[in-house]
Design a protein around this ligand. Structure first.
Ligand code: MSP
Length: 466
């Protein structure tokens, strides 16, 4: 049995259609997945949806549907969006999968048997949009800082996961890097939180019907976040044992708490091997504003793909700002990169090179290169996608400059000197190199480039858009 390289995205709430925020994480996971496949790893890439909880039940009710029927309608929306973006996931997880429900119940029972579950009364402020209790000092003007709505006071008797008991063990695995929390600033944050003291967390809900029944007490359902986190583990039972433990969990900083604290603590309690890496990327705004339905500025990835093509969207999102940091995106920014870096940069380089060869029927040989550049590899493995792309583009720019300087169209006149072959073969080697390194980021473009580098017939890579 050989270990597969296991990459995950969050499972997205199904109360809404996929937006560019979900796409961002999923694209990054796909780039990593394709990269490790090229490297020869047996990759398992999991994405999916989070179907239970009050928020979904509410949305279903609004739509006049049963929650499961509502979810069934929305699932294809996610799958289509990922298809449009050329996301090559291994499996698509749904938390309504009966096999998952059984696994969740089994783990909860196991936690109970190991002495990590207790029934307690709790009163607090609950935000249904977050699906969690908020502490008074987390509020912004009495409102949830993420959703801008007032959380409601809520009191109930719930089952609690005795997180506090795991404080020391958790601190040790995070500090030592046994569970690597990245970027470093996030690791510091997590360590700070653990050190400031962890409280036990409620893992069941009395009032939420749309969820997995709590084993041994069917008057409660399992808290949606606990159900959701277990998806990563269920996948190893449902699809392939060889994926466990996860090599990397990807998400944004909004849900790092669950992935870097609650989840490893649960696994520690259960004596299940821990994920190796938890990477929280930044949050982006759209043209300077928080993306929200009320503002009406939610970017639909499908529309972007329709306009710019999957590869341009993949490129522009990852290129815009460092993966671990916050940043800003907009359709204008994507359009600008499309024009300058893709169309005028890469597209033009390929086009002009092959045109000269084609027009003059030059018999050139294209060198075959297979080794990936160490520095670009390092950037990808560190999830510095913007850096990797920047490095690839230095080759694009240098090659364009080289052509401008050597003016091969003049050398064509003195074809018998051989200079033209020297120039063109050099540029072709660069193009081969570019195509190879672009494969994880822009699979379609890389494919088109490779084909053209074989046939030596130019075809536009990035057609003009209106
Ligand atoms: N269902 C939970 C996750 C459970 S995982 C066990 C959830 N779902 S979500 O639909 O709200 O997705 C949150 C994730 O979407 C973020 O962590 C991030 O991956 C992505 N993003 C949503 N909006 C985003 C931005 N504006 N910017 C960057 N990423 C964004 O939480």
């Amino acid at each position: 049995m050989s270990k597969k390289y296991y990459i995950t995205t969050p499972i997205y709430y199904i109360n809404d259609v996929p937006h560019v925020g979900h796409a961002y994480t999923t694209i990054a996971a796909d780039v990593l997945s394709r990269y490790y496949k090229i490297k020869g790893e047996d990759v398992f890439f999991l994405t999916g949806v989070d179907e239970h909880g009050a928020k979904i039940a509410e949305a279903a009710k609004k739509a006049g549907l049963e929650p499961k029927d509502f979810a069934d309608i929305l699932v294809p929306r996610f799958q289509e969006a990922w298809k449009n973006l050329n996301i090559e996931y291994s499996e698509f997880f749904r938390t309504t999968d009966p096999k998952h429900e059984e696994i969740v119940k089994k783990l909860i029972l196991d936690l109970k048997e190991r002495g990590y579950v207790e029934k307690k009364k709790y009163t607090g402020l609950y935000c249904t949009a977050c699906e969690k209790f908020l502490l008074p000092d987390e509020l912004n003007d009495g409102k949830c800082p993420d959703h801008g709505i007032e959380p409601k006071e809520h009191s109930e008797e719930n089952y609690f996961f005795l997180l506090s008991k795991l404080t020391d063990k958790l601190l040790k695995v995070v500090e030592s890097g046994e569970v690597a929390v990245l970027p470093q600033s996030r690791k510091n944050e997590v360590i700070g939180k653990i050190k400031s003291g962890l409280e036990d967390v409620s893992i069941s809900r009395e009032k939420v019907e749309w969820g997995i029944p709590f084993p041994g007490d069917e008057s409660q359902t399992i808290y949606v976040w606990i159900d959701a986190l277990i998806n990563y583990y269920s996948a190893s039972k449902i699809y392939s044992e060889e994926i466990w433990p996860p090599d990397i969990h990807l998400m944004a900083k909004d849900i790092l708490w669950f992935h870097a604290i609650i989840w490893p603590a649960m696994l520690l309690a259960l004596d299940i091997p821990l994920p190796k890496k938890v990477f929280a990327h930044g949050f982006f705004t759209v043209a300077g504003q928080k993306m929200s339905k009320t503002r009406g500025n939610v970017l639909d990835p499908n529309k972007l793909v329709k306009k710019f093509g999957a590869d341009a969207v993949r490129y522009a999102l990852l290129r815009e700002f460092p993966f671990g940091e916050d940043g800003d995106i907009s359709e204008e920014k994507i359009a600008h990169r499309y024009q300058s870096e893709l169309s005028n940069g890469l597209g033009n380089l390929l086009q002009r090179t092959l045109s000269i060869i084609d027009k003059n029927s030059l018999k050139v040989t294209v060198a075959q290169e297979t080794r990936l550049d160490d520095s670009i590899r390092k950037s990808i493995e560190e999830l510095a996608f913007d850096q990797a792309l920047r490095k690839i583009w230095t080759i694009v720019e240098a090659s364009n400059r080289f052509i401008d300087e050597r003016k091969p169209w003049q050398a064509v006149k003195v074809i018998n000197t051989g200079e033209i072959f020297e120039i063109m073969e050099y540029v072709l080697a660069s193009l081969t190199k570019i195509a190879m390194h672009l494969e994880p980021f822009m699979p379609e473009t890389a494919e088109k480039m490779k084909k053209q580098l074989e046939t030596l017939k130019p075809e536009p890579l990035f057609p003009k858009i209106d």
